[in-house]
Write a protein that binds this ligand. Sequence first.
Ligand code: 0X9
Ligand code: ZN
Length: 481
Amino acid sequence: MKKCVCLQFLIPILSISAEVSPRRVDYSGYQLLAVDRPLDAKHISYLSDKVNFWSEPYDKTATFSVSPGYRSVVHSYLQNQSFPYALEIEDLEKVIDEELVQNFNEEQYFNNVHRSKRDTLWQIFAESLSNVTNFRRGRKITSGDLGFNDNHVSEAQFKEVIKMSSFMDWTHYHRIEVIYAWMDRLAAEHRDIVKLHKIGRTVEGRDILLIKIGVNTSPKKPGIFIEGGIHAREWISPASVTYLINELVLNPNLRDAIENFDFFVLPILNPDGYAYTHTTDRMWRKNRAQDSALLTTLTNCRGVDLNRNFGYKWGKVGLLENPQHGTSLPCLETYMGDSAFSERETQAVRNFILAHPRKFIGYVAFHSFGTKLMYPWSYANVKTHDWKELHNLAVHLAEGMFEASRGEDRYEVGTAGTIQYTATGGSDDWARGVADIKYVYLVELPGKGQGFLLPRQWIQHVGNTNVELIRRLSTAIANKL
Ligand code: 0X9
Ligand code: ZN
């Protein structure tokens, strides 16, 4: 029997796609503003019910969106207070729509999928499938290559994977189905160094899909865990992390890295949230679960901030503290959940890492935005005993990223408390505090003034800086081991 490449993970995705998705949230007339002088508590309190902060309000530059109803009062306020500020985006919806238009073929495809029955999918695309012939070094791939023969995968699903994976590139932002199909195809093409792991399943039935890349892997070989897409709207994270996956598999300059380490890359930690940003609300941050806490039931609000749900110092927040830190109010964007590890996505990461004791030496989480590189701790303004070592390595990594970005991106280095804001329940703190992983970093990728709506033209630029970060990190750790 041929080895299964686990294509059956697509089955739940396809059945979800067949459902009618709700209408998109419309951001017409919403603006994005950036204020170039620190706001104080009085300003923040005035603005907080009129704008939506996309970055820490106390930061050097505060970035926030403002709805059409508050546009003129907010502009007048900033002008009266003589704040230097920039109008970064005139109309959020235009930018969101532009992305859909640029990705027209993929969007059309998914719109058709929504309208069709799952078992007739393959007929719709049978013609274009005949064009997909030679991606395996000149050889026509067969359904058997992708595990078709083991009865888990139907002809229709095989064809779906081929079709969907053919949309993948790094000049657009892609649907989760496309990214997963591409990962499956990559695994099929490079069985010697790539393996897929389904490490969990979300409440909406999507797989949480991790890709392992390594040469001559063994339990003793040290591992580096890489996480992307924990926050749904931070699209540059999955886009540039999949770029990194592709380079780890194909780029000979990274051969040393995959010989010395096994890389465990989870490009979309929050699949339901990510899918929701494509179908319904581009600015969604959390997952899509609804817990049974009393406040959740009363308010009917949804979603847990997965980067507040990990079980290290979880919930150590005062009621009156800045909600960015984590909150027990389910309607807020930083809702930490009912208990530590209440969510399937955080459980999946915890269980996978703890199932490989002493395997991991590095952990990197990719977020956006801010052009920052942080190391623990994040829960409070405290440092680890070895923070100088983590700091010096971070400076070295940031230098590499600066060079790789051709002098564009100057990453600020420090702990969350010193360069951003403290927050509890982050995966980085748990990776260090409980999983005992030595080299833990959190990257805030650049927003280039557009925050979460970083234009797709930057994907490869950011992808190359990620590659240099990971190359330097692996070389540095290998030298220390
Ligand atoms: O708030 C967060 O979870 C992260 N920032 S983001 O804008 N991408 O949402 C990280 C903040 C720092 N916290 C930790 N490092 N845990
Ligand atoms: Zn984030």
